[in-house]
Ligand binder design. Sequence first.
Ligand code: HEC
Ligand code: HEC
Length: 457
Amino acid sequence: MRNHPYPPPHKGFPHPQRGVLRWACALFVLSMAMASACTPPVTPDPPKPVDLGLVITLTDADNKILDSLTPLGEPPPSPSNRYADDPKAAHFGQFLFFDKRLSAESKFSCASCHDPQKGWGDGLPTANTIAKGDRNAPTVWNTAYNRWFFWDGRADTLWAQATQPFENPIEMGATRVGLLHTFTKEADLKKAYEALFGPLPDTSDPQRFPPQARPVSDDPNHPHQKAWAAMSPTDQEAANRFYTNIAKAIEAFERKIISKTSPFDTFVAGVRHKDPVRTKAFSPAAQRGLKLFIGKAQCTFCHFGKNLSNSEFHNIGLNLPAGKSPDIGRFDAIDKVLKDPFNAIGTFSDDAAPEKYTKLKFLASNTEIMGAFKTPTLREIANTAPYMHDGRFATLEDVLDFYNELPDKPPVGHREESLRPLQLDKDQKADLIAFLRSLSSPPLPTSLTQPPAQPLP
Ligand code: HEC
Ligand code: HEC
């Protein structure tokens, strides 16, 4: 390659000869203008509008809404977790996410119910490992953007969420003190844990660290609770520190499970850049569905923001299937998150300024949130069936039939006033579904969808 010693001459540089030329031109034009018989100077044609292949009109208001939906940026910081963006912690967290040793009898891992091949869910209406639960396993896609966790929002951070399934007797069935023994015993886990978080406590004295112990707040006679209550506050604190550290590593991994380059995002970017290659890849049906989504169907009333969720709780008025007991959802969760020792204003939070953390401050229960559940993200929705907190709908068609007709009544609370039967016709429903199907991104690299060979890179 040749190196130019001087910067290349700038195009608009006032070159002396060009100056002369310009004057000559101006004089010429002037004299021509004075001589009325001459042809007017040629003005260049205005640029032809690019054919973007749009079958819908996007008004200014529509464009404003679109700007609020895409592009999805980086996840917000997680100040309560100092390891949230630590690549080694994320690698370890990924290892743990797939590791069955972290459950009773080494049978299940997080991935048993959040399988990357099943849209990071389990494909079942309600989760079923040790025993069948009442709620659907939501996707882990884009959880880093959530404000609350679980269908009822009973956790306020992603790491606090991760502390619950390990000890849930019907999910993984472990105990935090049992896990501490597992990490002490399994050389690979011990080595990786200590490299990241420092030495594990010495758990060799069974008087101090019983084989299994965890707090069981609603059952003082539970053997795990009795064993936990017998531990000293210092040892409890050591177990909690360990437990929250592994949860924080898992959050660091989950923060990488991001879907943000769907055909929908590409389409809107194409409209913005007047790029027909990008806009024409988006089918007319999906375009019409998009227009319905942000318009007549009013989905963006709740599924708004860049992750297509307002992060709030609504009772959309699902009825009570025969033989089921009512689920009061958010109503039950407020007390739980306020009392959670692992919430973001607790001792195990790394937030340097917890007083700025106002999310919990103004939380109060009221009957309006009876039977309300979190608005889920709609990103990757085509890959995360079945749908709703109890997995009652097998397909997106079923979901739309529900919004279209709003049959029945909710068993608790009342349906959000803003919801009205949509009364879309068959074609409109098909369009809206084509749009919902456009919200999935290209698959993640296998380096994120499989357990790494070793707990540390
Ligand atoms: C038995 C299956 C099962 C296992 C095992 C399991 N989960 Fe879940 N997960 C669920 C269910 C069911 C919910 C929703 C429960 C609820 O809302 O009450 C859930 C909720 C979540 C959420 C909240 C998502 C959101 O949008 O709020 C995350 C994140 C998550 N699990 C991660 C994990 C991690 C990490 C592990 C391992 C430590 C794990 N899960 C183990 C079934 C499971
Ligand atoms: C009033 C707020 C609100 C409006 C409006 C709304 N949704 Fe929802 N949506 C929710 C809530 C809340 C849930 C979860 C409800 C539950 O499980 O109890 C949900 C669930 C869903 C689900 C299932 C997601 C999953 O992962 O299980 C889909 C799909 C969905 N909505 C699509 C739409 C579409 C399409 C529209 C417009 C026609 C729409 N929603 C309008 C609040 C709303």
